[in-house]
Design a protein around this ligand. Structure first.
Ligand SMILES: [Zn+2]
Length: 311
């Protein structure tokens, strides 16, 4: 029987995933429910309670010592509440209290999902052994987390490194966050697809109008699709270069669905970084694809829990 397990929760607008994670990052028991993202607060909590209930029914549950939560943001780690942009029913929702109550008073650690991803990449992925790293998720939205001084840096509220809402275009389009010209507004998957469609790109026979469809067209040389990825890459590069200049990271790790485009994204990203990261102390900045894959949110929630519990 395993001891010192963490019950990890990964809460997003599409699904609520849970797992019992051991000290090697192994996932022993899993549970998942779709997120009723448009439902009232109690209904979303009921879906989460089902995930917890399924995990608690496992004989391994007796080894659980703590709960780690990575949630779509913003989160408030101090207050124990979350207000995920894409779950409107949850505004200042007391998530930590609810989870603690349903798990018999176990200690609960809450971070944003970008911070969880950074914890996973620093533990077992492309940022392993690095003193300074920015780890990003580029998918429906753009999130991220920081490693500074060799340690996860969630910030006081658990949101530090949220690169998606740094402005890189002063006169750019307004962003759902209330800002303007944000990295996410230019580089997220839906924005890559929208820009390509606006430019006259049309999907192939499979009808895929997502960023993955644009990526396939770009790989085949379609100039409008290439231009849309180029623009996304430049926005990411500007945000990464700004971060590196501020806090001296040595590597930027990029994951999420859009990063699956591979060199269609990474080639223009490296070119644009050379253009924006010009000062001597950021010229050596590396960029690499994430390595932790689809379980990064769960592994990272557990890693953040072990990382931060003692602090
Ligand atoms: Zn924004």
């Amino acid at each position: 029987m395993h001891q010192d397990l963490v019950a990890a929760l990964d809460i997003g607008g599409t699904k609520i995933a849970g797992a019992l994670v051991d000290s090697t990052g192994g996932l022993l028991v899993r549970a998942q429910r779709p997120t009723p993202s448009r439902a009232p607060a109690e209904e979303v909590m009921a879906a989460l309670a089902e995930v917890l209930g399924e995990l608690a029914a496992s004989p391994e549950w007796s080894g659980v010592r703590a709960v780690g939560i990575g949630s779509a943001g913003p989160v408030d780690a101090k207050g124990g509440t979350v207000s995920p942009v894409n779950i409107p029913g949850w505004r200042d929702f007391p998530l930590v209290g609810n989870v603690r109550e349903r798990t018999g008073g176990l200690p609960v650690t809450l971070v944003g999902d970008g911070v969880a991803m950074a914890a996973a990449e620093h533990w077992q992925g492309a940022a392993r052994g690095r003193a300074g790293a920015l780890c990003m998720v580029v998918s429906t939205g753009v999130g991220g987390g920081l490693v500074l001084g060799g340690e996860l840096h969630p910030g006081p509220s658990g949101n530090a490194g949220h690169i998606g809402h740094i402005s890189v275009d002063l006169d750019g389009d307004s962003c759902p966050c209330g800002g303007r010209g944000c990295v996410e507004r230019i580089a997220s998957g839906p924005n890559i697809a929208r820009r390509a469609l606006d430019g006259g790109w049309r999907p192939g026979p499979d009808g895929d109008v997502s960023a993955a469809g644009v990526a396939a067209a770009a790989a085949a040389g379609d100039p409008v699709a290439l231009a849309s990825f180029e623009r996304a890459a430049r926005a990411l590069a500007a945000g990464i270069a700004a971060t590196a200049t501020l806090v001296e990271i040595e590597i930027a790790v990029v994951g999420g669905g859009v990063a699956k485009a591979g060199e269609v994204l990474f080639a223009p990203l490296r070119r644009a970084l050379a253009e924006f990261a010009t000062l001597s102390f950021v010229q050596g900045l590396e960029v690499a694809p994430a390595q932790t894959g689809t379980d990064a949110g769960l592994v990272g929630a557990a890693a953040a829990c072990w990382n931060l519990e003692g602090r």
